[in-house]
Design a protein around this ligand. Structure first.
Ligand code: MOS
Length: 710
């Protein structure tokens, strides 16, 4: 029986719950020193001076680095698809303050407590300049994103004439919505432990990163050494949600500090330091205009996004990626605008772009259903696309209709009274809403290595990471399945830049990219063992033992021209039930049902876990999550885990997840489409549409806090 498709428990579970799993801040080193950053307290301006006298007196202080004495860094590169366009922060290189909570100094000391205390004693003087933080003020200067700034991936390509069609359409809606800035808030703090070899030519870094090999390239460039001399290690990640896709300033600072003191240095950002020290899902405003015939056939979509950005980099994302493909529609216009403010750069957060764009689109689709007096489900079914009209390609497979009907049936949608405000549970208003979900099935080149030793051990290696979706387990499944072994017989190594090339652990592309590379390596390994023994069947462990030597094979995956032949997309449907308290405006989510068509499901247990995690993220996006920035000072008002609200178990009801069977022979590799981001997409709009159905009040601002609903 194939191991692919089996609901196997996590192979890394025991290591994680017993503390054997080492995260970036857990790696021991001899003579470790500890670092603490000093962050700016203005949003824009120049540093005019540091008074270090008191900090230098703190016992145990080894060094204090500022832009005046820190080592000079080389140019930090832009590595696609992660890095934005512009000039990334080069920490401690000049006197410029670009945003609040920017790292402007670092203290290195014998202990963490000494470093933190001394950092708190560093006095900084500034020449502040006027900063624009307020989004309404920022929006007045919004401008179209340039071609360079819009991500290279296709996704913002319109067609036809949306404006003219909207002007003559039988039914139109015009929906202006806002989503606040959000932060990822992973449980593992951002941390780097950096250690230079005695000659100062080799750097080892235990870093919280979703892309060890890109991290090595960035550090190599910054410190003017070849990337092969930078060893980045990160076998376990305690959640990231995109927050560790790129290399943040603190990673360079830890390496600078280690160089200066000539000892290993550990730098952990505190919860509070993380809000300015990393990125965030950008604040966005979206205007969606839809035009349709009376029977609900979509004729035109104009979807415009304006997204916040910093002044030093432009980060754009796939907000408009789903809009041109999700529904059959001839006329589509997709303007992308950026609004620059004096904040730190945004970055990718789970379901980047699509979670934002599908929210606005699906809110507008719900409004269109109301305008047409049509069942919102029927409206979606009416407009299912036959092919990808943006790329003008057939889908490798599409199960949107099956997802919609399957989720609707599990949810009991046919019992819905479509009249808003018509359903009650006692004194509570009851609402049912739905939305679709979508995420591209990305896959890129990857490599892997498989080895069987003379002792009969199997080792499989690839540089990828696992931030929690279950890569440790799913990749072990692929290897064990290919080699006809038990899970326990395969030893996997990941999260190490010295291992075979793997892509960024993000964009839901991991199993679709490294999965087939591992399969290829294992098949070649088996071929090598059988070839040496002159057999074509048998247990490779036993044969290797008998022959008495190691065998090794390299495997690779290359998607080739797949993307030119097929549009590869995962689809889903999400249905939500909410109650609204008419007196307090408190919204509670009662239940969510999601159905997904994502190709092959390697491990249904972990796949379900991904989806319920995404649903919780969606509850947060809908009801709780917003990074509040003081519009005068630019400070993070709720910049810690006590005040930045995320859903707890008490906010989370029973979550129902199902996968529609999808055998996709066109999608290549293992037949997977990836599962991670799609689990978040569609959840917030389903909840928002349910709130409208409960109350008859259309709230177009996330999160839907009680004050916004009242
Ligand atoms: Mo995902 S936002 O690409 O980690």
């Amino acid at each position: 029986m194939s191991l692919i498709g089996q609901p196997l428990p996590r192979v890394d579970g025991p290591d994680k719950v017993t503390g054997r799993a080492h995260y970036a801040a857990d790696f021991p080193a001899d003579r470790m020193a500890h670092a603490a950053v000093v962050q700016s307290t203005i949003a824009r301006g120049r540093i005019t001076g540091f008074d270090l006298a008191e900090a230098e007196q703190v016992p145990g202080v080894l060094a204090i680095l500022t832009h005046r004495n820190a080592p000079r860094l080389g140019k930090i590169p832009e590595i696609p698809p992660v890095d934005p366009v512009g000039t990334p922060e080069h920490p401690l290189q000049d006197d410029l303050v670009l945003h609040q909570n920017q790292h402007i100094a670092v203290v290195v000391a014998e202990t963490l407590e000494q470093a933190r205390w001394a950092a708190s004693r560093v006095r900084v003087s500034y020449a502040p300049e006027p900063a624009v933080i307020d989004m309404q003020a920022t929006l007045r200067h919004a401008r179209p994103a340039s071609k360079d700034e819009i991500s290279a991936k296709p996704g913002n390509v319109g067609r036809g004439d949306a404006d003219a069609t909207l002007a003559s359409a039988a039914v139109t809606v015009d929906s202006l919505s806002v989503m606040e800035r959000e932060n990822q808030n992973p449980i593992e703090l951002h941390a780097t432990t950096a250690q230079w070899d005695s000659d100062g030519e080799r750097l080892t870094v235990w870093d919280k990163t979703q892309w060890v090999q890109s991290c090595a390239k960035h550090l190599g460039a910054a410190f003017n050494i070849p990337p092969e001399r930078v060893h980045v290690i990160d076998p376990f990640i305690g959640g990231a949600f995109g927050s560790s896709l790129r290399v943040w300033p603190h990673t360079y600072i830890a390496a600078m500090a280690a160089k200066v003191v000539g000892r290993p240095v550990k730098l952990v950002l505190s919860r509070r330091e993380y809000y300015g020290g990393t990125g965030a899902r950008p604040w966005t405003q979206q205007r969606v205009r839809l035009g349709a015939d009376r029977d609900g056939s979509l004729q035109a979509i104009r979807h415009e996004v304006t997204a916040e950005n910093s002044r030093y980099e432009i980060y754009t994302e796939n907000v408009l990626k789903a809009t041109p493909i999700l529904y059959r529609c001839r006329n589509v216009d997709l303007p992308y605008r950026v609004a620059l403010r004096d904040v730190n750069s945004p970055n990718a957060m789970r379901g980047p772009g699509l979670a934002t764009g599908v929210y606005a689109l699906e809110l507008a689709m719900d409004e269109l259903a109301v305008a047409l007096k049509m069942d919102p489900l029927a409206l979606r079914l009416r407009n299912i696309p036959e092919r990808d009209q943006m790329k003008d390609l057939p889908f490798s497979s599409i199960s949107l209709e099956q997802c919609l009907t399957e989720a609707a049936s599990r949810f009991g949608w046919d019992r819905r009274n479509h009249q808003p405000g018509s359903m009650r549970d006692g004194r509570l208003q009851l609402g049912w809403g739905m939305a679709v979900s979508n995420y591209p099935a990305e896959k890129v080149k990857a490599t892997a290595r498989a080895r069987v030793t003379a002792k009969g051990e199997v080792h499989v290696a690839t540089a990828s990471s696992d931030m929690g979706p279950g890569t440790w387990t799913s990749v072990t499944q692929v290897a064990a399945d290919t080699l006809d072994l038990a899970m326990e017989q395969v030893k996997l190594s990941i999260g190490d830049s010295a291992l075979p090339m793997a892509p960024v652990h993000g964009g839901s592309m991991t199993i679709s990219s490294i999965g087939p590379a591992v399969r290829d390596a294992c098949e070649k390994l088996r071929g090598a063992v059988y070839g040496a023994a002159g057999v074509n069947t048998g247990d490779i462990l036993e044969i290797a033992r008998r022959i008495g030597r190691d065998f090794e094979a390299e495997g690779a995956f290359d998607p080739g021209d797949l993307e030119e032949r097929f549009s590869m997309e995962g689809f889903g449907a999400v249905f939500a039930e909410v109650t609204v308290d008419p007196d307090t405006s408190e919204i509670r989510v009662r239940r969510i049902t999601g159905a997904y068509g994502i190709g092959k499901v390697v491990n249904p247990l972990l796949a379900r876990s991904q989806c319920i995690g995404g649903m919780m993220g969606g509850i947060g996006m809908a009801l709780l999550e917003q990074t509040e920035i003081d519009r005068r000072s630019g400070r993070f008002v709720n910049g810690n885990l006590a005040e930045y609200l995320v859903p707890t178990m008490a906010d989370t009801p029973a979550l129902d997840v199902t996968f529609v069977p999808e055998e996709d022979r066109n999608v290549g590799g293992l037949g997977t489409k990836g599962l991670g981001e799609i689990a978040l997409v569609g959840v917030a709009p389903a909840i928002a549409n349910a709130v409208f159905h409960a109350t008859g009040k259309r709230l177009r601002h996330l999160p839907m806090t009680p004050d916004r609903l009242a």
